[in-house]
Design a protein around this ligand. Sequence first.
Ligand code: CUA
Length: 281
Amino acid sequence: MAIAGVFLFGILGALVYIALRFRSRDGMAEPRPIYGNLRLEAWWTAIPLALLVVVFVVMVGAVRDETSIASNALEITLVGHQWWWEFRYPDNAIAANELHVPVGRQVRLNLLSADVVHNFWVPELAGKEQMIPGQNNVWTFTAEKAGTYDGACSEFCGAQHGWMRLTVIADAPADFARWLAAQKQAPVNISSSTAPLQLYATNACGGCHTIQGVSDGKVAPDLTHVGSRTTIGAGVLTNTPENMVRWMKDPQAIKPGSLMPNFHFSDEQARQMAAFLEGLK
Ligand code: CUA
């Protein structure tokens, strides 16, 4: 910016000065034509060339730094689905829609898709990269500051493309380790809720969803720790008990076209299911 600024104002200043100083006046003769000046032309070729060479050398180093993968990078596989995100951590820890990462450690993403082309986009952290069926795109970023970063799918992928949001949560390394360990555990209070578990079984929820120790469906978000997430349906609702009841009552009214069908739960059943799901921490 500084170098470009010098040239911008230098050239504009010279232009204004020359236009005023040498403007045509009454009674002036025709100016002398000039047919080239070899020395001048050599200089104004050499200077930009030198600048570009310097920029090129600096850029090669920067690109190498940006694309290199650290030996201690955390590898996470992201799978785009219509319309939610699946995150596979090492040792079979699975999460959805909320990507926890440790602060200060490089993250190496394997970007995949289960259906159509999606696009991983977390503007504050990581730029954009496509998620293409049958192709493994690798993408890296490092969260330098703890906090929450909003992201979204940025390639049109169907009716609910707009509700394919994700949240990246950058945790201090110790918090991240605790979170990851918790993801590998079955939810704590699962045995105490028999009525909702029967609803879960009779409606074949487990055909699509995984709850560790209960079911292992793979086409829909893992629900093992759904109660600890901040949103429902990849961002369409904030995760509150009332919203979970609404979602249970009629997901199609909230996210039309999503693969989550309306099970026509009664109010009581929806409340039981919501309480059960909210308890999965
Ligand atoms: Cu996925 Cu747009």
